[in-house]
Write a protein that binds this ligand. Structure first.
Ligand code: PLP
Length: 274
């Protein structure tokens, strides 16, 4: 086989996902690998914490050490041509600092999903001043942050947005805190259209008909990884967000076909295939 198949111009694009393992494989690193694979990129991983969880609850969180996380990042970066980075659950302040130091040096597109808690209610990133660490050490180095309404409110220290007009204001306020762009996800607003607000230099609505399903476990991880995959493939931020939204909408719609659990089940990441 001719070696030209592996020339740099033709190689697979690579996303490095840094986050937590979800034993039920609906969210976290497992969702990221599936979303990236469905999107046509190669996903390498650096795991911050192993969680024991299912769709109902998180029953254990076992964080790795700073040294163990740094060793994974170094191993990946020294051998794979990483094109974009996706950040998910960072577990605690010490691991967050390892990641902050890495992304400052890496000079790559970074999609930051500020994972603070799970839909099932558990805190996933713990520690004093975690919100401050996000604001001061991660957001200034992110190409995009993808908070939901509760995460945005925490990062801003204000009540959650109640309508789309509030969302526009909060997206802008978050961007002024240092992120290059913000995708504020409006999925928790009780409106017929699920409307997100992308703020790059002005607010831009991204709406889609709300899918009436209880099975959305891991949808935030999936969306952020799909955006990172688009950036790795050379799409603009707005193009990557649009492509990722379309993909996640399909994966949420097909989720019930898996028919695995009653509530908060996973998406069907491979809905285009089976
Ligand atoms: N578990 C891990 C390891 C995660 O990274 C996340 C979200 O990023 C979740 C759980 C939360 O999943 P959800 O809130 O979609 O149920």
């Amino acid at each position: 086989m001719a070696d030209s198949q592996h020339t740099p111009a033709q190689r697979a694009r690579v996303v490095l996902s840094i986050g937590g393992s979800d034993s039920s494989a609906g969210a976290g690193i497992q969702a990221d690998i599936k979303a990236g694979a469905a999107f046509g990129v190669y996903v390498a991983t650096a795991i911050t914490a192993v969680t024991a969880q299912n769709s109902a609850s998180v029953s254990g969180i076992y964080a790795l050490t700073a040294q163990q996380l740094r060793a994974q990042i170094d191993a990946v970066m020294s051998s794979l041509p990483v094109d974009a980075i996706k950040l998910g659950m960072l577990a605690n302040g010490e691991l967050l600092q390892v990641v902050a130091e890495f992304i400052r040096e890496a000079c790559l597109p970074v999609v930051l999903d500020p994972v603070l808690g799970a839909t099932s209610g558990s805190a996933l990133t713990n520690g004093a001043d975690i919100d401050t660490l996000y604001r001061e050490h991660l957001m200034p180095h992110a190409s995009l942050i993808t908070p939901n309404l509760l995460e945005a409110a925490r990062l801003l220290g204000c009540p959650p947005a109640k309508d789309y007009a509030d969302m526009e204001q909060q997206a802008q306020a978050l961007q002024q805190l240092g992120a290059r762009a913000v995708l504020l996800k409006g999925g928790h607003l009780n409106t017929p259209l699920a409307c997100d607000c992308l703020f790059i230099d002005r607010p831009q609505p991204f709406s889609a008909p709300r899918v009436d399903t209880p099975h959305t476990h891991g949808s935030g991880c999936t969306l952020a990884t799909a955006i990172a995959a688009g950036l790795a493939q050379g799409l603009t931020l707005a193009q990557a967000v649009a492509a990722a939204k379309t993909y996640v909408q399909g994966a949420i719609q097909a989720g019930p076909r898996l028919n695995l659990v009653q509530d908060n089940g996973p998406l069907q990441h491979f809905y285009q295939y089976w």
